[in-house]
Design a protein around this ligand. Structure first.
Ligand code: SF4
Ligand code: SF4
Length: 410
């Protein structure tokens, strides 16, 4: 049932309607990373749209080759950003995956991953296990023994940056100084297990800006991974659970990862979902809030979800330029995906690393002291690459950086 009470069109009809908007001009092709790598039509946005339309109309079967061309897509949505006809590629892709999933079951690894992200207790345990193995030296030993060659999952796990111990959250945190309002913080799945630093720093910054921060306990994963792998029913169920969890007198639902913010916003149009950096950048600066100056250069990596969906990349620059003495530069070739792309870095590790290599070369050339980015997936992917190259530069969230300057810990 649609929000207006009408029955939705059949899946194949929806795909056909969206694909009809493509006028086959090809202007998106030079912007597509998979087309740039392969230079074949089926690895381009226009080619994928045509494949999905032919599948929906029964002109093509869902063979292995077709599935591969669709699965190779990073879902960076650069094509959507540059398309003059306004083709909703992201929506079309999710519907296409739904159609393909009707007669295939996700593989065991995919099923495990999708189950894991909706089980916060399992994720917390996994987060603690990773921290313990990192601190005991086992991770380093396994890396030196080359055990990462056994599977891409293991290799990713062994090159993770040192993770913070997952700290429990209080139900609410009072504002510092004059209270401006109340916000809810979305803690996410991977962020809650592996990015406690960003979550705690964000809530501290919000408190400094006069906001009481509430952590709704029944919130769930944003459902992006489910939607992009054809599990739309599960994604809808998670959206409903989040809608209930975030019902309250909140001025905003604050999200620290732009990938999750994009999904939550698209699943709940009209809900006050705000990217954390954009929310803070739009606030009047509190009179009592002083920043300490610093001499360093920070490069901004702009996630695809920020550039092509939320379209809020400028907010990171606007906010960080408030820090006296800080030089803020864009990472070269920001328009191209870093290769993290949700579960892509596990499914296609070679291409994910190839894309990341361009970013690592840009970092080596531009020589920033630190790199900031607003998406946890990109941050972990880039940081792992730097670790593999024995480069100790940190990759962190802009609000972690801002908090350091507020607190004067540099
Ligand atoms: S998706 Fe847009 S830019 Fe790409 S070929 Fe179709 S109409 Fe042109
Ligand atoms: S989403 Fe990205 S990878 Fe996929 S077709 Fe569009 S530009 Fe290419």
């Amino acid at each position: 049932m649609q929000p207006d009470g009408s029955e939705p069109l059949p899946l194949s009809r929806q795909i056909d309607q969206l694909a009809e908007q493509c006028v086959k001009c090809g202007l998106c092709l030079p912007h597509c990373p998979t087309y740039q790598a392969d230079l074949t039509e089926n690895e381009s946005p226009r080619g994928r749209i045509a494949l999905l339309q032919a599948l929906a109309n029964g002109q093509l079967d869902a063979g292995e080759k077709l599935r591969e061309h669709i699965d190779h897509c990073l879902l960076c949505r650069r094509c959507e950003r540059v398309c003059p006809s306004g083709v909703q590629y992201g929506r079309l892709f999710d519907l296409g995956q739904q159609l393909l999933e009707q007669d295939r079951r996700p593989g065991r690894a995919a099923r495990l991953g999708l189950a894991l992200v909706t089980r916060p207790r399992w994720l917390r345990r996994l987060g603690r296990l990773i921290v313990l193995t990192q601190r005991s030296g086992l991770t380093g030993l396994a890396r030196r023994l080359g055990l990462g060659r056994l599977s891409p999952w293991l290799r990713r796990g062994l090159t993770l940056p040192p993770l913070p111990w997952p700290r429990p959250f209080q139900a609410r945190y009072p504002a510092y100084g004059t209270r401006q309002g109340q916000v809810a913080l979305f803690t996410g799945c991977i962020s809650a297990a592996a990015d406690h630093t960003t979550l705690h720093d964000t809530l501290e910054v919000l408190r400094h800006f006069g906001y009481e921060v509430v952590i709704p306990p029944t919130q769930q994963c944003c459902g992006a991974l489910h939607a992009h792998s054809g599990q739309q029913d599960r994604a809808n169920a998670l959206a409903t659970q989040n809608r209930d969890a975030f019902t309250g007198p909140f001025d905003a639902v604050i999200v620290t990862a732009t990938g999750c913010a994009a999904q939550l916003r698209e699943m709940q149009p009209g809900a006050p979902v705000r990217d954390a950096v954009s929310f803070i950048a739009a606030q009047p600066w509190p009179e009592t809030l002083q920043l300490h100056g610093g001499e360093e250069t920070v490069a901004v990596h702009e996630p695809c979800s920020a550039q092509n969906v939320l379209r809020n990349s400028d907010d990171s620059y606007r906010l960080l330029q408030r820090i006296p003495g800080l030089t803020v530069i864009p990472l070269a070739d920001n328009a191209t995906c870093c290769g993290a792309a949700g579960s892509y870095l596990l499914r296609y590790p070679l291409f994910a690393d190839q894309l990341r290599q361009h970013k690592l070369e840009a970092i080596a050339q531009q020589k920033p002291d630190r790199v900031v980015t607003t998406n946890i997936g990109c941050a972990l992917h880039l940081q792992s690459g730097l670790i593999e190259q024995h480069d100790r530069r940190p990759v962190l969230h802009p609000l972690t950086l801002l908090r350091e300057y507020i607190e004067g810990t540099l």
